[in-house]
Design a protein around this ligand. Structure first.
Ligand code: SF4
Length: 252
């Protein structure tokens, strides 16, 4: 059962008792950023023993960095992926490689309906007509259900990725899911993530070498053109920039 109120109390204690904890210093070097992220992960593990889980999309370098850092701190940390059933083969391949490399089992969280079942109830190719509804069914609702078994989750989102993420705190109360959201790489940059990947020899999604800096569902991700932002290839043709699992919290 989710012990949300206890987690919420602790969260507000952290926010009020150590206000500087949520205002991270600008990143200067990889070693400083790594130490800071590691300390945040350690602190989260201590605060939520057995009640913390890690989300990884296998669609960007930051996710692989956070996974590497977190598993160094706790090799048995539960890791999950929101498996929409529409991920690229390269993402599934990276998932399998990651399981082998770290000796872990990634929990693939599936939506209530298969893609075919969704087509039968909502019509074919819902993502082309109503991507918000599709993301809600295939990502937001499965995440909410999965997090009912935890008090906190970690994610590799960063402030520099979208305007909606620009005010993220290192720790937030996730109202949508009624758990604490931990964001250890909140002030990292794309370059810093790549520096960590190179220094530690991490495997990343093979599509990054083919014009896909950010990889989501195969139906909603295109190649990025020269000069475009790294998330310009997500939901092409829509103004949508977020799937909905990172709804702004009251602290953002
Ligand atoms: S990214 Fe596209 S296909 Fe994937 S869940 Fe969202 S709308 Fe559906």
């Amino acid at each position: 059962m989710n012990s949300g109120p206890a987690a919420r109390s602790f969260f507000f204690f952290v926010r009020m008792g150590t206000p500087q904890a949520a205002i991270m210093k600008p990143t200067t070097t990889l070693s400083e950023a790594t130490a800071r992220a590691g300390a945040e992960i350690r602190s989260a593990l201590d605060a939520y023993p057995g009640r913390l889980t890690l989300s990884c999309s296998f669609g960007g370098p930051s996710g692989m960095v956070l996974l590497d850092l977190a598993l160094q701190e706790e090799p048995r940390l539960p890791v999950f992926v929101l498996d929409t059933g529409l991920l690229f083969p390269e993402s599934y391949a990276l998932l399998a490689e990651t399981e082998a490399r770290y000796g872990i089992r990634v929990d693939a969280i599936a939506p209530l309906q298969s893609v075919a079942e969704q087509a039968a109830t909502c019509g074919e190719r819902l993502w082309e007509r109503d991507p918000d509804r599709c993301c809600s069914l295939r990502k937001v609702e499965p995440l909410r259900k999965h997090l009912q078994g935890y008090d906190a989750w970690m994610t590799a989102v960063r402030r520099d990725q979208t305007s909606a993420r620009s005010r993220l705190a290192t720790r937030e109360w996730d109202f949508e899911n009624q758990v604490v959201k931990i964001v250890p790489l909140v002030d990292w940059s794309e370059d810093l993530g790549w520096a960590y990947v190179r220094e530690h020899g991490l495997r990343v999604n093979a599509l990054h070498d083919h014009g896909y800096p950010s990889v989501g569902c195969i139906t909603c991700t295109r190649r990025v053109r020269s000069g475009e932002s790294i998330r310009a290839g997500r939901w092409p043709g829509f103004i949508k920039t977020e799937c909905g699992i990172h709804a702004p919290s009251a602290n953002a």
